[in-house]
Ligand binder design. Structure first.
Ligand code: ACM
Length: 522
C-alpha cells in the first residue's frame, strides 16, 4: 500500500506488534531518524525490554546513498542504510506500513506486517516548488507541508521567495526589501491582462528565526529547503524597495499588483550585481542547502536594449547583444555561490543558456527538449515541464474547479504518466546532490505550484493532492508503471492524508469521488 511504490517488497508471514512502550535502538548517526520514527509512533514511552526496532547505519546495507534495507520480523524490526537519507526514507515506509492513525488512537497497539523491503530512488532530487511570493503562505503550513513532502519520499522543498508581486524573506542590511517589498497594494482579479483589482493589500514575509526553524524542521525529516531568489527577472518587488537596482532609477515603482511577466528587470551595473551577492550571502547563512535557485526565467530584455549602460556592458563583455547578459548575469552569481561551496540552479526556458556556466543546474520548465539540449551542452537538469508538473493547472474540467491562470487540465492520470527520465536521458548519481559530481544528466524532477490563483492553503491543498502522490511515484519508482496498482494504493493513502489534515476541508461540488479519477482505472 506504499506510495511511492518500493523497488522490492517480499511479504513474510506474521507481524510485529508494537506495545504501549517502544524499544527503539539507534546507532550513532541514526538518532535523528529514530526520533522521527518515535514521533510517528505517538511518542510512546521508551523501554529496553521486548521486541526491538533497530536503526543502523551500515555502508553495506544498500549501494544507493538514499536507499535502505528494511526487515520486519515478528520479534525484531531492522532498518539499515548507508546514510541518514536512506534511514529517513525507510522511516517513511514504516510510517506508511502502519494502519492510518487518528489523533486519538496514537497509543493504541499498532502492527507492522512481516516483510523484507529493499528500496532506492530513481532520481536523487525529488522536489516540490511552492510559490510563496504571489501569495504568502503561513509558516505553520510550511511545517506541515514539509512533513507531507517527506511522507512521499520527496527530499526538496523549493521555496519561491521573491517575485514581482512580493519579497518574502528578511535580509540583513536591506530592510526595505521586506518593509516595502513584502506588501502590494492590491491584487489582480483573474488572469494576466485583467483590468479588475480587488483593492485588498496583500502582505507577508518570513523572519530569519522562522526560516531557521523551518530549515531545522525539514532537516529532521531529510528534506532540504532550496531557497529561490529570482534574478535578474521577476524582481519588481526588489526594485520597488531599491529603485537604483532597476533600469529607471529615478522612477519609484510600486510592488506589482498584476499577474504576468513584468518588463522591469534588474540593471546590470555593479551595484545590482553586488546587491544580488549580498542577498545570496545572507541566504547562504540561513539555508545550508548546496543548491540555491536564482530564477532567471521569462527575462524580457527590452529595458537592457533601451539602456545605453546595459548595451555598453554587453559590448564590453564581447556579447553579440544584450540578450547574452542573462547567461552572463546568472553565471556571475553561480561563480559567487561556487566560491562558497554552493551551486546555482536556474529556470531554463531555452533563453540565455548559450553562455551559461555548465555548473548551473538547469530546471527545464517550458519544453522537455530544453532538458535534452542542456544535458547535451553539459548541464545537470531538473525535469519540470509545465504540461506535466504544474499543479496550479486545474486537475479536472469540472466547472467548479477553482480559477486557474491557464485553461489547461493536468489530470491525475497525466501526472502519473509523466516520465521524468525519458528514453535517451540518464540519471546522474546521487552524490551529485551533495558534491555536484556525476557529469551531465538528469539530477531530478520537481512539481511546481504557482499561486497567482491559489490565494489560500485550502486551494493549495486541493491542487496538491492527489496529483503530488503521482509525481512522487514517478520521481522514485522505476519504469514499471501500473496505473491500476497505483490507484489501488492511492485509496488508503488518501485516508492517511485526510487523517494528517493534508486534504482540503472541501472539494468543489461534485468533485469528490469520480472527478479526480478521470482516466485512472479505479
Ligand atoms: C516559470 O513558469 N516562469 C518558471
Amino acid at each position: 500500500m506504499i506510495i511511492p511504490r518500493p523497488a522490492e517488497y517480499t511479504p513474510h508471514s506474521g507481524e510485529f506488534v508494537l506495545g504501549p512502550a517502544l524499544n527503539l535502538a539507534a546507532d550513532p548517526g541514526a538518532e535523528r531518524a529514530a526520533d522521527l520514527l518515535a514521533s510517528y509512533l505517538g511518542d510512546r514511552p521508551r523501554t529496553e525490554q521486548g521486541p526491538a526496532v533497530e536503526l543502523r547505519l551500515d555502508p553495506g546495507a544498500h549501494d544507493h546513498p538514499q536507499g535502505y534495507d528494511l526487515r520486519i520480523d515478528p520479534d525484531r524490526v531492522r532498518l539499515a542504510a548507508a546514510g541518514e537519507a536512506g534511514l529517513f526514507n525507510g522511516v517513511q515506509t514504516l510510517r506508511q506500513l502502519l494502519p492510518v492513525m487518528t489523533a486519538t488512537a496514537s497509543a493504541a497497539p499498532q502492527r507492522w506486517p512481516a516483510c523484507h523491503i529493499r528500496d532506492a530512488p530513481r532520481l536523487p532530487w525529488r522536489g516540490v516548488m511552492l510559490d510563496v511570493a504571489r501569495h504568502f503562505m503561513p509558516v505553520d503550513f510550511l511545517h506541515r507541508f514539509v512533513d507531507e513532502i517527506a511522507l512521499h519520499k520527496l527530499n526538496v522543498l523549493h521555496l519561491h521567495l521573491t517575485d514581482d508581486q512580493g519579497w518574502r524573506i528578511e535580509i540583513d542590511g536591506l530592510p526595505l526589501l521586506t518593509e516595502i517589498g513584502s506588501t502590494r497594494a492590491e491584487s489582480m482579479v483573474g488572469r494576466a491582462g485583467s483590468t479588475v483589482f480587488d483593492g485588498v493589500p496583500h502582505s507577508g514575509h518570513y523572519t530569519r528565526r522562522e526560516l531557521a526553524a523551518l530549515v531545522e524542521h525539514a532537516a529532521a525529516r531529510g528534506v532540504t529547503i532550496v531557497p529561490e531568489i529570482g534574478m535578474p527577472s521577476h524582481t519588481r518587488a526588489a526594485i520597488a524597495a531599491y529603485p537604483a537596482l532597476g533600469n529607471h532609477p529615478d522612477v519609484r515603482l510600486p510592488v506589482w499588483t498584476s499577474w504576468g511577466i513584468s518588463e522591469d528587470i534588474l540593471a546590470v551595473h555593479d551595484e545590482a550585481l553586488d546587491f544580488c551577492r549580498h542577498v545570496l550571502s545572507d541566504v547562504m547563512t540561513l539555508f545550508p542547502s548546496r543548491a540555491v535557485h536564482i530564477g532567471g526565467d521569462e527575462c524580457r530584455t527590452g529595458q537592457w536594449q533601451e539602456n545605453p549602460d546595459a548595451r555598453g556592458r554587453a559590448a564590453s563583455l564581447g556579447l553579440p547583444d544584450v540578450s547574452g547578459l542573462l547567461g552572463w548575469f546568472l553565471s556571475q552569481m553561480h561563480t559567487f555561490l561556487a566560491e562558497h561551496g554552493r551551486r546555482a540552479v536556474c529556470w531554463n526556458d531555452g533563453v540565455g543558456v548559450d553562455n551559461l556556466d555548465l555548473g548551473v543546474v538547469a530546471t527545464a520548465w517550458l519544453k522537455p527538449e530544453h532538458a535534452a539540449e542542456a544535458i547535451a551542452r553539459g548541464h545537470q537538469v531538473i525535469m519540470a515541464p509545465h504540461e506535466q508538473t504544474y499543479l496550479d493547472y486545474r486537475q479536472t474540467g469540472h466547472p467548479d474547479e477553482p480559477p486557474s491562470a491557464d485553461d489547461r487540465v493536468l489530470t491525475l492520470a497525466d501526472a502519473y504518466s509523466f516520465d521524468p527520465l525519458p528514453t535517451g536521458l540518464t540519471a546522474v548519481g546521487a552524490a551529485a546532490l551533495d558534491d555536484g559530481s556525476g557529469g551531465p544528466g538528469v539530477l531530478g524532477t520537481q512539481a511546481q505550484l504557482w499561486t497567482e490563483s491559489a490565494p489560500t492553503t485550502e486551494v493549495v491543498r486541493h491542487l496538491l493532492y492527489p496529483r503530488l502522490c503521482a509525481l512522487a511515484e514517478g520521481a522514485w519508482s522505476d519504469e514499471r508503471r501500473d496505473p491500476a496498482d497505483f490507484a489501488r494504493r492511492l485509496q488508503p493513502h488518501l485516508e492517511r492524508l485526510a487523517a494528517l489534515g493534508a486534504l482540503p476541508a472541501a472539494r468543489p461540488a461534485g468533485w469528490e469521488g469520480a472527478q479526480y479519477t478521470q482516466g485512472m482505472p479505479f
